[in-house]
Write a protein that binds this ligand. Structure first.
Ligand code: ATP
Ligand code: MG
Length: 532
């Protein structure tokens, strides 16, 4: 149970939330939504006790499991399975048991006796906590999230960003906390895992706050919606499921528009009356108070901020390259005994759009990593064509420099552009005005995604390898960013679960994994995207 009382949130100088109160009790399944940068992550951090509100109090009763948007893992040398078990303190118990076992072989009788007693205690604790069964429970939970046994036995250091994120999610779910705070839990998950997660959260009996742009998840899971309105710095609480919330919000927006029109009409009338009266000395005072009333009226209604329209500008032309900047022949990759794919051929033509499709574990990310050269194939080769310049978007934003500002990042990626053009391109990736002066480190998840993509587009790269580029983006930003990517003149190789993204990019070719069949794109393949 979490209760927030008169909570005010700020980010730098900006007011994100002005004095809100609410509760998260058992059985509350709350969808926390709002556009990128609205302050959802900031609020979740505060509820999790990882940040302080600018004013007000947050009281937490019981245990809370918090999945942050940016995965942070502790000890990278720890095994994935131990990381998951640590959620119930089981990892330390198991390590203690192993140590006690070792001591029990000691020749010193007093040490041996102490070890036996300790072993007994630990064993008892272990059985209270669900004992050895918990280990298999953790394993089955992990399997549902696309983490096979083999991966669980690996140290976190060797796992991909997506796998680490799954480990963290498994850890939180395994922890059995009374309240869960999940910030974008479906990022990095394949469709099978997402649908398992939807069911799991639906039957979860505790309190839940979930931040997600996955409308199918919201529809299935939530019974309340908190809409964080960035323009009004308020949290609108809807005690409704997702579908009814959408209807209600539409009605609310229409009502607010009507109220605003009314207020504007009245204010204009008052104002013009005041102007007339001001001319007469005897009425000056009345005129002033009328003008004040007009102001008040306008202040009382919220402006529905018109979405920032962005000028259609021209992106820098990618560096010159030959007809086929990348060719791959006979690519084969396995991890240990697990064969991911064998003998994949593909050719990426200048300016073409290629979608990589394949079921969970078919090796889509692996293929991109091979093409990007961050991983070596077991057999086969990636042949760079004449003038190839690659840009790789790998979801983790690790290419961003947290210390630089947004504008400085753009300047170093595209030093040849004028500042006006740099700002213009940032604008088409939805960074306007003061946003460009922010240090990258404070950006929200969606903002980081946008910046990383903007930097790739201007980098002169003529082939972009994009791995799930629409994760984290709210629907409006997603549409804008896809529009920007469509105008990019280089080639794009895309891995995604997002059907809309595929539609927007209008691909010409598709590569189907694990067989590596390359073919012309056709509409019917669209149905496969979400399955993949
Ligand atoms: N120190 C700071 N100075 C200025 N702005 C900041 C600072 N810290 C955070 N911000 C801004 O506060 C806003 C809220 O960030 P937050 O991460 O909470 O958004 P969010 O709703 O989770 O967005 P997303 O959907 O992209 O994850 C963002 O616009 C971010 O850039
Ligand atoms: Mg966020």
């Amino acid at each position: 149970m979490i209760s927030a009382h008169d909570v005010e949130l700020r980010a730098g100088a900006r007011l994100l939330l002005d004095s809100v109160s609410f509760q998260v009790a058992a059985g509350d399944k709350i969808g926390l939504v709002g556009r990128n940068g609205a302050g959802k992550t900031t609020l979740a951090r505060v509820l999790a006790g990882e940040g302080q509100p600018a004013a007000g109090t947050v009281k937490v009763g019981g245990t809370v499991g918090y999945l942050p948007q940016d995965t942070r893992v502790g000890d990278l040398e720890a095994l994935a399975v131990d990381r998951i078990l640590s959620a119930r303190g089981l990892d330390a118990l198991l390590v203690g048991l192993r140590a006690a076992e070792h001591e029990m072989a000691s020749t010193d009788p007093s040490r041996r006796d102490a070890a036996v007693r300790r072993y007994g205690h630990l064993e008892e604790r272990l059985s209270v906590l669900g004992g050895y069964a918990a280990e298999s429970e953790a394993a089955s939970l992990s399997a549902s999230l696309g983490l096979p046994q083999k991966v669980l036995r690996q140290p976190l250091r060797t796992l991909s960003g997506g796998q680490r994120r799954r480990v963290e999610l498994a850890r939180i779910l395994f922890g059995g906390s009374e309240t869960l705070l999940l910030d974008e839990p479906t990022n990095h998950l394949d469709a099978d895992s997402v649908s398992w997660l939807r069911d799991h959260l639906r039957s979860f009996r505790g309190g839940l706050v979930v931040i997600s742009h996955d409308t199918a998840l919201l529809e299935k899971v939530v019974n309340k919606v908190f809409y964080l309105d960035a323009d009004r710095s308020t949290l609108d609480v809807y005690n409704l499921g997702w579908k009814s919330y959408l209807d209600q919000r539409e009605t609310d927006a229409r009502r607010r528009r009507r109220e605003r029109l009314n207020a504007e009409r009245q204010a204009t009338a008052l104002q013009s009356q005041a102007d007339k009266m001001r001319a007469k000395a005897t009425k000056a005072k009345a005129a002033q108070s009328m003008a004040r009333r007009a102001e008040k009226l306008l202040a009382g209604v919220s402006a529905d901020r018109a979405p920032d329209r962005v000028a259609r500008l021209r992106f820098p032309v990618p560096a010159h390259c030959g007809r086929t900047p990348v060719t791959a022949r006979g690519l084969t990759k396995s991890y240990g005994s697990l064969e991911v794919f064998t003998g994949v051929d593909m050719a990426v033509d200048k300016g073409s759009r290629v979608v990589v499709l394949g079921l969970n574990g078919a090796g889509k990310t692996t293929l991109l990593r091979l093409l990007a050269g961050v991983e070596e194939p077991d057999a086969g080769e990636v042949l760079p064509g004449h003038g190839l310049r690659l840009g790789y978007y790998a979801q983790e934003h690790e290419t961003l420099d947290n210390e630089r500002t947004v504008l400085a990042s753009m300047r170093s990626a595209a030093p040849d552009l004028t500042e006006a053009d740099q700002r213009g391109i940032l604008g088409s990736f939805l960074f306007s005005g003061d946003d460009v002066a922010k240090p990258v480190g404070v950006l929200s998840g969606g903002e980081k995604t946008r910046l990383a993509l903007a930097l790739l587009v201007v980098s002169g790269a003529n082939v972009l390898l994009l791995d799930e580029p629409t994760n984290n983006l709210d629907p409006a930003s997603r549409a804008e960013i896809l529009g920007a990517l469509r105008r990019y003149q280089g080639a794009i190789v895309l891995v995604t679960h997002d059907e809309g993204a595929v539609e927007a990019l209008q691909p010409e070719r598709v590569v189907l994994l694990p067989d590596g069949i390359e073919d012309a794109w056709s509409e019917e393949l669209g149905d496969l995207v979400a399955l993949a």
